[in-house]
Design a protein around this ligand. Structure first.
Ligand code: FES
Length: 328
C-alpha cells in the first residue's frame, strides 16, 4: 500500500540513500522494487506490517509497506501500483526510477503490527493492500502460526504475488477472489468473519470500501482484535461532497475553519496548532481527541460505536454539525 504523508513527521525526517537493486513487474500496473544499501551492509530492522517513506523523483514523500520477510536484513521490498489518477508519486516511481538509481528512504516504522499473543490470524487483503499482509505471512509461516488469507483483487492479471503465494503451500488457508471490477461480485465478508475463534486477530489492508465492509461485519469482534492499514487513497476523498465547518478548541478558546478537502489535523497545523498524529489515515489511533460538543462524521477505523459520541480521530473525520468543540 502507499499513502502520501506530511514531510514534517519527525520519525520519518531522517532519510538514507538506498540503491534500486532490482525493478520488476509484479502484476499489471504493479511494480516491485528491491532496495539495498550501496555498501551491502545491513539495513535498519523492521517487523511485519512496517512501512518506509520514499522520496519519489518528483520530490513527493510516499509511504510504502514492506512486503518481504523481516528476517531479510539486506533489502527492503516495496510494490508500487501505478495510479494514473493519483498525485503523481506512483507514476514517478514506476516511470522514472530505474535499476541502479538511488532513492532517499526512511527507516521503517510500524502502525500495523502483528499481535504476539493471538491464537490465530485472519488476514484480509484488497489489491495492493497485500503488501503488508505478505510480510505478515512470511512472519506467521516462520512462527508456524495458525493463519488464513483472504485476498480480493479485480482479476488474475492484477493480482500481485500470486505465484509467490502459490509456492508458499497455503493450500486450504488461502482464498483468492476476483470481482472483475463489478461491485455486485464483491466477496461476501459476513460469512468469513461471522465466527471468531477465541483469541483470533484480524488484519485488513485494502481499499476503503473493503475495510468499511470488514469493519461493519466485525462489530461482534473485540475492537482491539481488528486491525486496519489504510490504502491511502481516500483520506480526504470526495472533497466535492464535503462542507466547511468550525472547530472550537475548548482549552484555548480558539476557533479554526476546516474547509472541504482539508482535515481537521491539517487545518490546525495551518494555524500553527500541533496535535499528535502518525498514520493520518484513521487507523493508528494517535490523533484520538475528546469531542466535547457537536456531531462528528466518523471516517476512522479505530473508534467503537460507544466511543463515537465523545471522541474523534481528527486526521480523517469531519463534522455533521456546523461546529465541533474539541478538548484541545
Ligand atoms: S493519525 Fe492515525 S488515526 Fe489519526
Amino acid at each position: 500500500m502507499s499513502i502520501s504523508i506530511d514531510a514534517k513527521d519527525p520519525a520519518e525526517a531522517e532519510m538514507m540513500p538506498l540503491k534500486v537493486h532490482r525493478k520488476t513487474e509484479a502484476a499489471q500496473d504493479i511494480t516491485l522494487f528491491e532496495l539495498r544499501r550501496a555498501d551491502h551492509q545491513e539495513l535498519p530492522p523492521f517487523t511485519a506490517g512496517s512501512h518506509i517513506v520514499v522520496q519519489t523523483p518528483g520530490g513527493l514523500l510516499r509511504r510504502y509497506s514492506l512486503c518481504n520477510a523481516c528476517s531479510e536484513r539486506d533489502r527492503y521490498m516495496i510494490a508500487v501500483k501505478r495510479d494514473a489518477n493519483g498525485g503523481g508519486g506512483s507514476i514517478g516511481m514506476v516511470d522514472d526510477v530505474a535499476e541502479g538509481d538511488q532513492l532517499s528512504v526512511s527507516a521503517p516504522q510500524n502502525y500495523f503490527p502483528l499481535a504476539n499473543d493471538a491464537s490465530s490470524y485472519l488476514l484480509i487483503a484488497g489489491g495492493i493492500g497485500i503488501t503488508p499482509i505478505l510480510s505478515m505471512i512470511h512472519e506467521l509461516q516462520a512462527k508456524k502460526a495458525d493463519f488464513r488469507l483472504v485476498y480480493c483483487t479485480r482479476s488474475a492479471e492484477t493480482t500481485a504475488f500470486l505465484s509467490d503465494l502459490s509456492s508458499m503451500q497455503l493450500a486450504g488457508r488461502m482464498l483468492v477472489h476476483h470481482d472483475h471490477g463489478d461491485a455486485q461480485r464483491s466477496l461476501a465478508i459476513g460469512p468469513i468473519v461471522v465466527d471468531r475463534p477465541d483469541g483470533a486477530h484480524l488484519y485488513c489492508c485494502g481499499p476503503r470500501p473493503l475495510m468499511q465492509a470488514v469493519r461493519g461485519m466485525t462489530a461482534h469482534w473485540p475492537s482491539s482484535t481488528v486491525h486496519f492499514e489504510d490504502f491511502g487513497t481516500s483520506t480526504h476523498a470526495e472533497p466535492d461532497g464535503e462542507k466547511p465547518f468550525t472547530v472550537r478548541l475548548a482549552r484555548s478558546g480558539e476557533t479554526v475553519k476546516v474547509l472541504p478537502g482539508v482535515s481537521i489535523l491539517d487545518a490546525l497545523r495551518n494555524c500553527g496548532i500541533a496535535a499528535p498524529s502518525s498514520c493520518e489515515s484513521g487507523t493508528c489511533g494517535s490523533c484520538r481527541t475528546r469531542l466535547l460538543a457537536g456531531v462528528a462524521q466518523h471516517r476512522d477505523f479505530v473508534l467503537d460505536d460507544d466511543e463515537q459520541d465523545s471522541e474523534i480521530m481528527i486526521c480523517v473525520s469531519r463534522a455533521q454539525s456546523e461546529e465541533l468543540v474539541l478538548d484541545l
